[in-house]
Design a protein around this ligand. Structure first.
Ligand code: NI
Length: 188
């Protein structure tokens, strides 16, 4: 299985995952501990989410197209999964903590599904969690004013097991039905 790990600014890096349960692959480590702030302003760590599958997606609220499209499909997939989605906590981790405060995230995620929890943090905390998940992001200047920028970022959904281990990447550009099928095969 080949997945797009990194795209943005015309750059796409492909990685090959030999089998769905990539956590079994030696040398591949995705995820790990993190300390962030959730959309209600509460300090959270990875341990707070043990016991649930996680769908972890990195992006930012000002994203013009990729993030909203992905989150829409993800919300649709969770609807399709019905009661099984109760075992899944979807997380939206911002790569733009300067603009994405908890309040901004709360309003943004609610537009897709109330299930989606936005996470932000200090620039250092975001850098650490992005590194743990092998997520690329970079500011892309669009003008001279302070807020004249977009963020290039990886677009991939990580499915994590209830014990915090990485299970599989979910294609972020998949349709909701495809995402639901893929997630359902793992979550049951
Ligand atoms: Ni985006």
């Amino acid at each position: 299985m080949v997945v797009a790990l990194l795209s943005g600014a015309g750059v796409t890096l492909w990685i090959t995952v030999a089998r769905p349960n990539a956590a079994l692959l030696t040398g591949v480590s995705i995820g790990g501990s993190f300390s962030l702030t959730d959309a209600s302003g509460r300090a959270v760590t990875d341990r707070d989410f043990r016991g649930k599958y996680l769908l972890v997606y990195f992006g930012y609220t000002f994203c013009p197209d990729v993030c909203p499209t992905t989150l829409n499909q993800m919300a649709g997939a969770l609807d399709t999964l019905g009661a099984r989605a109760d075992r899944i906590q979807p997380l939206f981790v911002t790569v733009d903590p300067g603009r994405d405060t908890p309040a901004v995230l709360l309003q943004y995620t609610a537009a897709f599904t109330p299930r989606l929890l936005g996470l932000t943090g200090t620039p250092e905390q975001i850098a650490a969690v992005a590194k743990a998940y092998r997520v690329y992001y970079a500011e892309h200047r669009t003008g001279t004013a302070p807020l004249d920028y977009t963020m290039d970022h990886s677009s991939i959904i990580y499915l994590m097991a209830p014990d915090g281990q990485f299970v599989a990447p979910i294609r972020a550009d998949a349709e909701a039905s495809e995402m639901a099928a893929e997630i359902g095969r793992i979550v049951g």
